[in-house]
Design a binder for this molecule. Sequence first.
Ligand SMILES: [Fe+2]
Length: 357
Amino acid sequence: MRLAGILLVVACLVGRAAEPFSFVVFGDNQCAITSPTSGVPERQALPLIVRDLRPTFVLHTGDIMDHGWEPTAYAKFREFYQPMLEVSPFFPTLGNHDAAKIGWSNYLAFLKEQLTEVNPRVAPGFARECQVFFADDPTVYPSKPGDTEGAANRRDIPSGFTKKTYYAFRYRNVYVISLEQGTRWWTNTPRPWLERHLKQAHEDQTIEHVVVIMHHPIYSSIMNENPPDPAKPGSGECTGPVRAYYEPLFREYGVQLVFSGHAHLYDRFAVPNGDDTIHYIVTGGGGGPLYRGGYRTDTPGAAFTQARLNGYHVVQVEVDGPDLHISCLQIEGDATNPRSSLFEEFRIGPSAKAAGE
Ligand SMILES: [Fe+2]
């Protein structure tokens, strides 16, 4: 009897671990009250499309806001995106529009509420299985340029300061790490914290997929590799130096998927990492002005590019044990007539390898 009970529990656990689930990723919807892009109809269609995909959770790649400093900006976001937010846990990452001026403090309050109150309320079953690591870094760092508090630890942050919006969570066989990159080209995530989570995920035999979300892409078909030129305001996106900081860690600890935003298009790269591949996906087509220019051929990303879409979209990731099925869904229509269509799909994992994909 006792053995039968144990076997039943084991069978349930095995069955539960193997049960497929999905998550959705999008970014740069740039919600705002006074923004000139507030009226983009596809932005109103997006939360309805996401709701109907029934994702287990939603990841955001930054720039939730256009004007994150507006006092009621996040209340507006909760109103516009209610159809999605009331059914799916939502995990953001800081974008430069979210951080601008005093916006980072609004973002931090939103993030804390989302992680500790809203997500457990909308999906209690998910919350019971999800372990969130937020505000888990006791190290004192400078919180702004020139801050003397924690100055000795400045060496661990290339930007020299952090607002401590970085966090991680694990759910079943997936480990997600959200970086802080809200000041555009800087890297505000302390290396010791990032490495601790990458190591933890890498060494955990139950984790099969490590996913990073970060606003600023480190591979891009449109962005400038170089640091900004002080003589030219707005110049330089610094993609090269940011990549030099993060990529060795992603390679060492077997990161599989890196989602970014900031560039307003779908821009996918497959970068070899020994016998594996790191898939870098820029998903910045949530509602901000779409990119309309040409593509760079002079950056390292050019050798690894796979697909691009200059259109509004979301990315769906279906998780079936070690296998992932990734789809880019183009979004059209508006709140009364939301439409989506498949732009591209691909598979990762042993099943795809066995099929020669
Ligand atoms: Fe951005």
